[in-house]
Design a protein around this ligand. Structure first.
Ligand SMILES: [Zn+2]
Ligand SMILES: [Zn+2]
Length: 398
């Protein structure tokens, strides 16, 4: 990056910090990003970009042609949605929407892509087209799917598509990625056990007891990863919710217990195994206790797999910004899920992680009430986007 670009990034920073904190203070859950998408669209229009709204409900796409000749086009994607978490940072820009929070840094992602659009519209020194894709509803609410279904890549054709996610607790401005499978498919499952219930305090022998059954089931679930998934494969099954009975009548055995959780995998074979074993354990154990089980297993998204060629481009782009010692091109698997995986199924591309520093809220884990995106990372993320455009579209060839 030359000194002029650095100076422009520095000059832009106060405006971008204000935007980031404004978005942070007004989080919206997926597919309800009314304010956020309007803010994004109006900001882009104000800067002179060509903007298309309502792509996949609240998706926004800004399009910019370079001043040099070129036929190639790339998509740069950020997500805009927040999570149903009550913020506990106590920061001045903390969430003003009760129960909602930007705990995954999508406020930062949106701001960094806005910044890249501003930098490029002011100096479109490239050949070809950049589509800035602002996606709603990444957090399990179908935003990528909705945009693709709404003709994203037909209306805005791209040769490659790139994503960027922050990584708290890692050195500020360090980058990591891996070719091939990189992030997990995060499936959602719910098991409902039904029995007779009854007067547990006095006559448990007259009832079928789903509380004992659910306890056995949760323990048995632990054997799926330990005993059914090969040691060289990775998987996670976790219980996130257990509901049954009433604390107002603790002498009554409930007739129904509902257990829900997540199951993560990196390959379809492991995913098949997890679903099959979950069904076998739930129905088999239920039968042995004289109860019934209903299993809902929802496959959500797919494991994210980076394309080799675009991963290499992304590594080059990051290296130009951060230097080779701060770029890991063969990072470990991440058990988090990400619906950018769907875009990578229809277009070649790569999903990069960027460290946002250690210490303070930027070293708290994603999806926790004390996390906050680090504003110092904004210029570094923009620099990565600019570097990527230079890698992909500088020659003006194609
Ligand atoms: Zn997230
Ligand atoms: Zn995220």
């Amino acid at each position: 990056m030359n000194d002029a670009t650095k100076a422009r990034l520095q000059a832009l920073q106060p405006e971008l910090v204000a935007i980031r904190r404004d978005i942070h203070a007004h989080p919206e859950i997926g597919m309800e990003e009314v304010r956020t998408s309007a803010l994004v669209a109006e900001t882009l229009k104000g800067w002179g970009l060509q903007v298309t709204e309502g792509v996949g409900k609240y998706g926004v796409v800004a399009t910019l042609k370079g001043r040099r000749p070129g036929q190639r086009a790339i998509g740069l994607r950020a997500d805009m949605d927040a999570l149903a978490i009550t913020e506990a940072t106590g920061l001045p820009h903390a969430s003003r929407n009760p129960g909602l929070m930007h705990a995954c840094g999508h406020d930062g992602h949106t701001t960094m892509l806005l910044g890249a659009a501003k930098m490029l519209v002011d100096d479109p020194d490239f050949g070809g087209t950049v589509h800035f894709i602002f996606q709603p509803a990444e957090e399990g609410r179908g935003g990528a799917k909705a945009m693709i279904a709404d003709g994203l890549f037909e209306r805005f054709p791209v040769d490659a598509v790139y994503g960027l996610h922050n990584q708290p607790g890692r050195p500020l401005g360090s980058f990591s990625i891996r070719p091939g499978p990189a992030m997990a498919a995060g499936d959602r499952w719910v098991v409902t056990f039904r029995g007779t219930g009854g007067h547990g305090g006095a006559s448990p022998h007259l009832a079928t007891d789903v509380t004992v059954l659910q306890a056995q089931f949760i323990l048995a679930l632990q054997t799926v990863v330990a005993r059914n998934v090969a040691a060289v494969d990775a998987a996670v099954i976790s219980v996130g919710a257990i509901h049954g009975g009433s604390l107002l009548s603790t002498n009554v055995m409930p007739s129904e217990v509902v257990i829900g959780g997540t199951a993560r995998s990196f390959t379809e074979a492991v995913r098949d195994t997890m679903e099959r074993r979950m069904r076998e354990l739930a129905t088999g154990l239920a039968a042995s206790f004289g109860c019934t089980a209903e299993v809902e297993y929802n496959r959500r998204g797919t494991a994210l797999a980076n394309h080799a060629e675009q991963t290499e481009v992304a590594v080059q782009a990051a290296t130009a910004v951060a230097g080779p010692e701060r770029v890991d091109g063969h990072a470990g698997l991440i058990t988090g899920g990400e619906d950018f995986s769907l875009m990578l199924q229809v277009r070649p591309g790569a999903f990069m992680f960027m460290g946002i520093g250690a210490g303070g809220p930027s070293s708290e884990a994603l999806h926790t009430p004390t996390y906050d995106f680090n504003d110092d990372a904004i210029p570094l993320g923009i620099a990565y986007w600019l570097s990527l455009v230079e890698q992909e579209l500088a020659s003006g060839a194609g």
